[in-house]
Design a protein around this ligand. Structure first.
Ligand code: FAD
Length: 479
């Protein structure tokens, strides 16, 4: 703590109210530890400004005092990006107003602290859809979604968060406010500044509000759970649906046999969807804003052809909304149940969709060869080329001994991803957990441009220092 810090905290208390400058250890605890408990941080205080002007005030004063700031939304990030190692945590939770819903422009303007579920609900009240959908939707906040360019379940049809953002309001590292809150579909007036901040994980600016796209709300949907003989057959099936169903294909999710086995073993209420077992499973959803459309008929037609072609072995098609939800429950439980199988080593990666089956097969073989008994749980957003390539420990192995091999498996999996021209972080970001990996796999010119942007927009390096980019000068010895 520098001499300036008590003065700074007093100044902030005067402006924000002392109840919004949290200094006691017990109240700070929830802000210092991240979701998976992989990282624990320290901070001088947690500040909770209630408006854009107050955020700007905090940033200005921190810039003056040279005190780092870690912005935080719902703290559900999975890469350690919101964990502080000094300075202040700046929580956006109090900026939680819906500023405007404009159904004719199909936009909603929200503050960064709005919980994702609240934004979805507000859109629904206007008979619209805000399609971003994550299992953390009840606690993550829009500013965090934007800062991480979150993906989730509906990317296939509606895109990542980046595709849903039309405008932003951002507090810059010197405390100036950039008002880019435009709800325009076309705006070619120079560089696309908003896209600099989307996915920048709090290192370039603090998002305080956003204009987001809305869509017509689906009025009909049908879900099927399908058994396939292999990941390659699942890819052929995806191709058939993409060609035949076009935009009606809103999800194509993948699970291997091991994944379904552990869901059925551990998830409450999970019911076997098919009579036999299969090597690969796909969950497919078709949806449409037209309540009259017969999606089931289309689904059955494509599946019938796929059965004849031998790329589908069995299929369960939901006959009601309750059954739609029951099939989704199998997929959504997966992130949660893996912990009951012991330690897991996780990789959130992307390859071109055309290579996703090759990736699953190649990486599975490589990991099984590297550690006999390792149980591969490669599941996820197959239609986006995004696989959560997770490994569960061998049954007879000690958890600690398995987790000690994380680096080794990173190299195996990420080298394969890289050789396929893929990405070592598909949707969760870089944060701390992949910061040093990034240097190994990202194009050096791209890294150089990123550092140039960081130095230009944040010359004092006060915004989330040490995250995303490894700048030697800014790292404390412990990192
Ligand atoms: P935080 O965790 O608070 O912050 C994340 C990063 O953004 C940090 O670097 C932080 O400094 C920065 N940040 C936060 N707010 C701002 C702001 N206003 N301005 C600038 N920077 C800011 N992610 C997916 O992409 N897809 C999924 O399917 C998915 N599923 C998940 C399921 C579960 C059960 C959990 C726990 C997490 C999941 N996640 C998923 C990860 C996580 O929910 C997302 O990354 C989410 O977008 C983070 O939002 P948050 O508000 O919690 O951000």
């Amino acid at each position: 703590m520098t001499d300036a810090d008590p003065e700074l905290l007093d100044l902030l208390s005067t402006r924000l109210g002392s109840q919004h400058v949290i200094r006691d250890a017990a109240s700070m605890e929830g802000y210092l530890v991240e979701e998976r408990k992989l990282y624990r941080g320290t901070a001088l205080a947690v500040v909770r400004p209630g408006s854009t002007e107050e955020v700007a005030f905090v940033v200005r004063e921190c810039a003056r005092a040279g005190v780092p700031i870690v912005p935080q939304g719902g703290n559900t990030g999975l890469v350690g990006g919101g964990v502080p190692h000094s300075g202040l945590v700046l929580s956006l939770a109090r900026l939680d107003r819906i500023r405007e819903v404009d159904p004719f422009n199909a936009t909603i303007t929200v503050e960064a602290g709005c919980i994702l579920k609240t934004v979805q609900d507000e859109a629904e009240k206007a008979d619209c859809l805000f399609p971003l959908s994550l299992a953390s939707g009840g606690s993550c906040r829009i500013g965090g979604n934007i800062a991480t360019n979150a993906g989730g379940l509906n990317v296939l049809r509606y895109g990542n968060t980046r595709d849903l953002v039309l405008g932003l309001e951002v507090v810059l590292a010197d405390g100036r406010v950039w008002n880019g809150l435009k709800g325009l579909r076309k705006d070619n007036t120079g560089y696309d500044l908003k896209n600099l901040f989307v996915g920048s994980e709090g290192t370039l600016g603090i998002v305080t509000a956003a204009v987001l796209k809305l869509f017509p709300r689906p009025k009909s949907r049908t879900v099927a759970f399908i058994g396939c003989p292999s990941p390659h057959a699942a890819l052929d099936l995806f191709d058939a649906f993409r060609r035949r169903a076009g935009d009606q294909l809103t999800a194509f999710e993948f699970m291997p046999r091991f994944a379904l086995q552990i869901v059925l073993k551990h998830a409450a209420g999970a019911v076997p969807p098919l009579a036999g077992e299969h090597e690969a499973y796909a969950l497919i959803e078709l949806s449409s804003p037209d309540p009259e459309i017969d999606l089931r008929e289309r689904l059955e037609r494509v599946l019938g052809e796929a059965l004849e072609a031998g790329i589908v072995e069995d299929a369960a098609i939901a006959a009601s909304e309750t059954q739609n939800d029951a099939l989704w429950h199998l997929r959504e439980s997966l992130a949660h149940v893996q912990r009951f199988e012991g330690g897991s080593i996780k990789h959130d990666v992307a390859v071109p969709v055309s290579k996703v089956a090759d990736f699953i097969v190649t990486a599975t073989q490589a990991c099984e060869a590297a550690l006999p008994g390792v149980r591969v749980c490669a599941f996820g957003h197959f239609g986006d080329g995004n696989i959560h390539f997770n490994l569960s420990q061998p049954v007879a192995m000690e958890k600690a001994a398995f987790l000690a091999q994380w680096e080794r498996f990173n190299r195996i999996v990420h080298d394969i991803v890289h050789a396929m021209n893929g990405s070592i972080s598909a949707e969760h970001g870089v944060g701390l957990i992949k910061r040093d990996e990034l240097v190994l796999y990202k194009d050096p010119v791209a890294l150089d441009l990123m550092r140039t942007l960081k130095r230009t927009l944040d010359p004092k390096n006060i915004l989330n220092p040490g995250k995303v980019l490894a700048l030697e000068s800014e790292l404390p010895p412990s990192l």
